[in-house]
Design a protein around this ligand. Structure first.
Ligand code: C5P
Length: 223
């Protein structure tokens, strides 16, 4: 049976890709399906949490019993997550945030020209890192996708962003990560300690993620 260990706890989950528009009809994005974030939101809801799911464009229906905020760009994602995170105790960033947006977004559709074009991109804010600066008692969880030196890079990322732990996955494993129903992740803590989990359903990954978040929360409340 599902434990009710998050009764009344406010949880914020971000999910899906962001879209960074170049003009009204063209954007930079990625293939994130939003399934991992949805699984975390549903699992937290079933454990009694008050859940806000901030999601980029995904083709999944809104889950019931969850407050859903739909956004498109990383800047909109930041506003929604920071707004909801104020009184949240757990924030899980599964969203695949675009690292860059167009430096200037055109209000008119850009006409095709002969030859190459150059697009000037500017970095998006790192939302997880921003939350890490004003962390308070919140438990902050991130995801990371790496092709090499995963554990070291993820631990470094957790320290840099002041996250409590990061779930590391690899884009190359068949049937996991982008779009799939399963995920194969390694839990990485800021001190570099880590646990490789077997291939699991995204719901089971969500369950273990929230178990770990509850352990971090308990430890923090004891000190
Ligand atoms: O640095 P990297 O993109 O690999 O970090 C991934 C983690 O940071 C994810 O949890 C993602 O949601 C979060 N992130 C963020 N804002 C960004 C980029 C990533 O919150 N601009």
């Amino acid at each position: 049976p599902t434990p009710r260990d998050l009764e009344g706890v406010k949880v914020v989950v971000s999910a899906g890709p962001t879209r960074e528009y170049l003009d009204p009809v063209r954007f930079i994005s990625n293939p994130s399906s939003g399934k991992m974030g949805l699984a975390v939101a549903e699992e937290a809801r079933d454990r009694g949490a008050e859940v806000t799911l901030v999601t980029g464009p995904v083709s999944l229906p809104d889950p019931s019993g969850v407050r859903v905020v739909r956004i498109e760009s990383a800047l909109e994602l930041r506003d929604a997550v920071v707004g909801a995170a104020g009184d949240a105790e757990i924030v899980v960033m599964t969203a695949a945030v675009a690292d860059y947006r167009a430096a200037e977004r055109s209000d008119e559709k850009q006409a095709k020209v002969a030859g190459d074009v150059t697009v000037h991109l500017t970095p998006n804010p790192d939302i997880l890192a921003e939350l890490g600066v004003q962390k308070g008692n919140r438990v902050l969880v991130g995801f990371a996708m790496e092709t090499h030196a995963g554990v070291e890079r993820a631990a470094l990322k957790a320290r840099r962003k002041n996250a409590d732990f990061i779930l590391l996955n690899y884009p190359t494993r068949e049937g996991t990560a982008f779009g799939g129903d399963d995920n194969e992740v390694t839990l990485v803590r800021p001190d570099g300690s880590h646990e490789a989990w077997p291939r699991l359903s995204k719901r089971e990954v969500a369950r273990r993620l929230l178990d770990e978040a509850c352990r971090v929360r308990e430890r923090r409340r004891e000190t």
